[in-house]
Write a protein that binds this ligand. Structure first.
Ligand code: ADP
Length: 481
């Protein structure tokens, strides 16, 4: 049993119209130990339809509340999340595996979206535009888009939920949430806290169970007006296609293949810190994790030496053990993908400098790995590894490395290190990515618009842009004045 102050947070049920739904029947496993952390309901299409109807029924009442009333409820939710942060982080580490310190950081980060959008609820403004006629006026209203379906992944079980729900609720939308089946317990606990904060029944409905059946309803039910999805590019494309039959808005946050460029003039120690941060956070299982490291030939060997030395000392263990830096991967399929990427690279001439094997701890633990001599024909160059493997390429010119960095269908995050102002602007402007970290490996904050271009997605989460996604414009022409 987990040590929780508030034991009722574990085992919070799926909710439709405020009512507990389904029996706890699907086991949620701890990826570190294989033990059962909790059980959740196995709901399908019928429940998804009821959840959409509940969200639809709650919509008029919720959007009619004043911005201040919605803001106050969100603010209470934020307070409750922070009060429960130790419990939430314990649940999160237990079902997801990341080190407890990272889980605590994620809960605070998740809460920051609730606080931010509690404020933004009061700042959704329309426009009064110059008119085309003396006897009329042009008004532009910003109204809630309607019922929102949110589908979230397992790598950030808390933050991906609040990043969607907080702006949706602040804008006056109601929600049906389907969290990933690997990590539903954190989401269920967060929604229980939202309920306690005073969110009216039906404003948030949460369903665990059959992804395809639930996804099928959420993407086809005419009452759903926006699908907000974070997950793989593959599933994002399916959802986008399904949503086209009823012309829903789709807000997608999909995969990346982030380049990390170290120029000859970089501060190498800072670059090593940034690379560790952006590569190994969450065991490499984030969509903004560095996937390809390009190092200028003149500093390649010294960078690799410093970097590999640090990587080889990263402490791999259960997420609850002290000073742990790397937990287990989410499941066996994740380990298989990492192994296949390493094997493919080695077969094509790459060299493993450190790591490369399953960790002696067993299960889905894997050694933090660094490979050099990586070339564009290898799978690690083309696909997101989503694991603790750093692949190092060499380059000689700025034009060459910018072209290589952009040579991918995805465009989420990119990072580079340089101290030359001219180069910083030139490279930053030419990188085809939604987000660029210059001399930093940590870019995520509720204050900035997070999102990608190309096959990485079409929306932004965070900042004022993140709430505008959940609104739509209505043009009103008042004539005969
Ligand atoms: P990952 O590779 O990160 O697990 P996925 O894209 O497979 O990402 O899953 C992200 C989320 O999408 C999860 O909540 C998962 O259950 C859900 N999902 C997967 N397939 C479908 C589908 N066909 N329809 C709706 N949701 C789906």
């Amino acid at each position: 049993m987990l040590q929780l102050r508030d034991t009722t947070l574990l085992g919070a049920p799926s909710l439709i119209a405020g009512l507990p739904t389904g029996k706890p029947e699907i086991d949620v496993l701890n990826p570190s130990t294989g033990s059962v952390v909790g059980r959740v309901a196995n709901l399908g299409a019928e429940s998804a339809t009821s959840a959409v109807e509940a969200a639809s029924a709650a919509l008029q009442g919720w959007r009619a509340q004043t911005a201040r009333q919605r803001s106050d409820i969100l603010r209470r939710w934020y307070d409750l999340v922070l009060e429960a942060k130790a419990d939430l982080a314990t649940i999160l580490t237990s079902e997801q595996g990341k080190p407890y310190a990272e889980a605590l950081g994620e809960i605070e980060y998740a809460a920051s979206y609730i606080a931010f959008y509690a404020e933004e609820a009061k700042r959704i403004a329309g426009e009064l535009l110059p008119s085309h006629r003396a006897d009329s006026r042009i008004m532009v209203l910003r109204q809630p888009v309607g019922v929102v379906a949110a589908i979230t992944p397992w790598n950030f079980p808390a933050a991906m939920v609040t990043r969607k729900l907080a702006p949706a609720l602040a804008a006056g939308c109601t929600v049906v949430l389907k969290p990933a089946l690997e990590t539903p317990l954190t989401a269920l606990a967060l929604i229980e806290l939202a309920r306690r904060a005073g969110l009216p029944d039906g404003t948030i409905n949460i369903l665990t169970g059959k992804a395809r059946a639930i996804g099928g309803v959420l993407t086809s039910h005419p009452a759903v007006r926006l699908i907000s999805f974070t997950g793989s590019t593959e599933v994002g494309k399916i959802l986008m296609q399904q949503a086209s039959t009823t012309v829903k808005k789709v807000a997608l946050e999909l995969g990346g293949n982030a380049p990390f460029i170290v120029f000859a003039d970089a501060d190498l120690d800072a670059a090593v810190d940034g690379a560790i941060m952006s590569k190994y956070r969450n065991m490499g299982q984030t969509c903004v994790c560095t996937n390809r490291i390009y190092v200028h030939s003149s500093v390649h060997d010294s960078f690799v030496e410093k970097f590999a030395k640090r990587v080889s000392t990263l402490r791999v263990d259960d997420g609850f053990s002290s000073d742990v830096e790397q937990g287990p991967l989410i499941n066996e399929a994740a380990v298989t993908k990492v192994q296949s990427h390493i094997a493919d690279a080695v077969a094509l001439g790459a060299k493993v400098v450190t790591g490369g094997q399953r960790h002696t701890r067993g299960g889905t633990f894997f050694e933090p790995t660094v490979m050099t001599g990586v070339t564009p024909d290898m799978a690690v160059a083309k696909e997101e590894t989503f694991g603790p493997v750093a692949s190092v390429f060499r380059f000689d010119t700025d034009d060459e490395v910018v072209a290589a960095a952009n040579n991918t269908e995805t465009g989420l995050a990119a990072y580079f290190y340089s101290r030359d102002v001219k180069r910083i602007f030139s490279v930053m402007e030419r990188l085809e990515f939604g987000m660029v970290g210059v001399n930093t490996g940590a870019i995520s904050t509720e204050l900035a618009p997070f999102g990608g271009v190309k096959e990485s997605g079409n929306s932004r989460e965070g900042s004022q842009h993140g709430i505008l996604e959940y609104t739509e414009l209505k043009y009103v022409c008042v004539g005969g004045l």
